[in-house]
Write a protein that binds this ligand. Structure first.
Ligand code: BGP
Length: 467
C-alpha cells in the first residue's frame, strides 16, 4: 500500500524552539523568553534566544525540506512577533517574516500547516493572569483573526492550540512551564476552559471569513491502558482517559464536558467560572471543527495510585512514566516487557492503532492528522556522519501503524514527524535530538543531513510503498 496522494508526509517545528531572534524586529517579550532565564528551570540554562536561528536561516532550511521532498511543513507563529503586547498594535515586521516563510514554502510546493499557539505568549498577558484571565481569550481571537487575514489567502490549514493539556498541567500543576504555578487545580481547569473557548471563538471567526481552508486543534494523544485486568487498575485507566482525553476532546468535538469529570469537579469545588454564553459557543463551534491533530509519542500504562498525596507535587516533569495524577487517583508505570527511549518514553506503535480505534468509537469519523511523532535521542556521530538508525526504526514502525489504521478505515490524512530539524527541547536543551537535520552548535549552527534525512526522502518519493 502507498500513502494516498492527498496524505501529507511532513515534519514539524515550533517558533520558540527554532526561530531565535528573540528581541529582533519589534518582537515582544514572551513568557518563555523570561521563564527560561530563571535559574534551574531548563537543562543547563538553555533558552531560545538564538535557538537554531531559523529566523535568519529559513531559506536554507526550507531548501533542505524541499530536497527531502516534504509535502508539508508544520510550524508555529510567535504571537509576540505579530502583536508584541498581546492585544495592541500589529508589528509589520512580524507579518513580513511569516509572509516570507510561507512564500518560501509555497515556492517549493510545500504546504504550510500553521499552529497559532505553541506555548509562547506575549508576557504582558502572562503577567495579567495568562490563560486564567478571560481577557486573554479575546486577545487570542484578535491575534488569530490577524493571522487569518494576513496569511489566509495562502495558508489553508490552521491549528489553534498545541497540546493544551501540557501547557496547562505544567503551567498550573507541576510548575515546570510558565507561569510556574504548582498544584493550583482550580486555576488548571479554569485555564483549560478558557483555551477551549478561545479555540471555539477562533473557529467561528475563521468560518465567517469564508477562506475555505480547514481549522482544528492539536491534542496530546496518550491513551491510558490498565497494566492488567485488576478491577481497580481498569477503573484507574478509565479515570485517566476521562481526565486526559475526554476533558480535552469532548468540548472540541461534542461541545460539552464529560459528566464523569464534571461531577467530580463539582464535589471538589474545581468547576471553572464559565458563563452560559461560553458553553453555547463551545456547542456552536463543535461541528465546525475540520480535524483534530494528534501528537502521539507514547501511551500511558496505568495502575491505581497508593502513594501519599504529598508525592503528587513531586511529579516528574519529563514525560517518563512514574507520576501520580494530580488528584492521586492513578499512577503511570514502566513495564518490564516494554521498550523505552533513552529518556524513558515507551516505544509503542501498536498502542497508536489501538488508541485510534478507541478514538473512532468515541468521536466517529472526524479527520485526523498525526501532527507530531518522533524519537528523542542523543544521536551517534560516526566518521562525521549522524547515524540516527534508531530514529529511522521508530518512524518506520509508526508509519506502519498509520498504514494499518488507514486500512482499517481510520480517517488519517497526514503524518508530521517531530521534528524537521534538531531544535530546542523545552526543558532538555539541545541534547535531546529529534530532527532529520543536525545542527552543529560548535560550528556556527551549520546544518548537516542525517541518515534519516535520506531515508525519509526515499519514503516520500515512494509514497511509503516499501514500509
Ligand atoms: C511535544 C511538544 C513539542 C516537543 C515534543 C518533544 O509535547 O509539542 O514542542 O517539544 O513534545 O518534547 P521534548 O522536547 O520534551 O522531548
Amino acid at each position: 500500500m502507498k500513502f494516498p496522494k492527498d496524505f501529507f508526509l511532513g515534519a514539524a517545528s515550533a517558533a520558540y524552539q527554532v526561530e531565535g531572534a528573540w528581541n529582533e524586529d519589534g518582537k515582544g517579550i514572551s513568557n518563555w523568553d523570561l521563564f527560561t532565564k530563571i535559574p534551574g528551570k531548563t537543562f543547563e540554562g538553555t533558552n531560545g534566544d538564538v535557538a537554531v536561528d531559523h529566523y535568519h536561516r529559513y531559506k536554507e532550511d526550507i531548501k533542505l525540506m524541499a530536497e527531502m521532498g516534504l509535502d508539508s511543513y508544520r510550524f508555529s507563529v510567535s504571537w509576540a512577533r505579530i502583536i508584541p503586547d498581546g492585544d495592541g498594535e500589529v508589528n509589520k515586521k512580524g507579518i513580513e517574516f511569516y509572509n516570507n516563510l510561507i512564500n518560501e514554502c509555497l515556492k517549493y510546493g510545500i504546504v504550510p500547516f500553521v499552529t497559532l499557539y505553541h506555548w509562547d505568549m506575549p508576557n504582558v498577558l502572562e503577567e495579567k493572569g495568562g490563560w486564567t484571565n478571560k481577557h486573554t481569550v479575546d486577545a487570542f481571537v484578535k491575534y488569530a483573526k490577524t493571522c487569518f487575514e494576513a496569511f489566509g489567502d495562502r495558508v489553508k490549514h490552521w491549528i489553534t492550540f498545541n497540546e493544551t493539556i501540557v501547557f496547562c498541567q505544567k503551567g498550573y500543576l507541576t510548575g515546570s512551564h510558565p507561569p510556574g504555578i504548582i498544584n493550583d487545580v482550580k486555576k488548571y481547569f479554569e485555564a483549560t476552559h478558557n483555551v477551549f473557548t478561545a479555540h471555539a471563538k477562533s473557529v467561528l471567526e475563521y468560518k465567517k471569513l469564508r477562506q475555505f481552508g480547514e481549522i482544528g486543534i492539536t491534542h496530546v494523544f496518550s491513551p491510558a491502558f490498565s497494566v492488567d485486568d485488576n478491577k481497580e487498575n481498569v477503573a484507574a485507566a478509565y479515570h485517566a482517559n476521562q481526565y486526559e482525553i475526554a476533558w480535552y476532546y469532548d468540548p472540541i468535538l461534542k461541545g460539552t464536558y464529560p459528566k464523569y469529570v464534571l461531577d467530580q469537579l463539582k464535589e471538589n469545588n474545581w468547576t471553572p467560572a464559565w458563563t452560559e454564553e461560553e458553553l453555547n459557543i463551545l456547542r456552536e463551534a463543535a461541528p465546525k471543527n475540520d480535524f483534530i491533530g494528534l501528537n502521539y509519542y507514547q501511551p500511558q500504562r496505568v495502575i491505581k495510585n497508593t502513594v501519599d498525596a504529598e508525592e503528587h507535587a513531586k511529579a516528574h516533569c519529563d514525560g517518563a512514566p512514574g507520576n501520580a495524577s494530580f488528584d492521586g487517583a492513578y499512577r503511570t508505570v514502566s513495564m518490564k516487557d516494554k521498550v523505552y527511549t533513552k529518556w524513558g518514553w515507551e516505544i509503542a506503535p501498536d498502542a497508536l492503532v489501538e488508541g485510534l480505534r478507541l478514538l473512532k468509537s468515541e468521536y466517529g469519523d472526524i479527520k485526523l492528522y498525526i501532527t507530531e511523532n518522533g524519537l528523542g535521542d542523543a544521536d551517534p556521530i560516526i566518521e562525521d556522519e549522524v547515524m540516527d538508525v534508531p530514529r529511522i526504526k521508530f518512524i518506520e514502525t509508526h508509519l506502519k501503524a498509520v498504514k494499518k489504521a488507514i486500512s482499517e478505515g481510520i480517517n488519517l490524512k497526514g503524518y508530521y514527524a517531530w521534528s524537521v530539524i534538531d531544535l530546542l527541547s523545552w526543558l532538555n536543551g539541545y541534547k535531546k535530538q529529534y530532527g532529520f537535520i543536525y545542527v552543529d552548535h560548535k560550528n556556527n549552527l551549520e546544518r548537516k543531513k542525517k541518515l534519516s534525512f535520506y531515508w525519509y526522502k526515499k519514503v516520500i518519493e515512494e509514497r511509503g510503498e516499501n514500509i
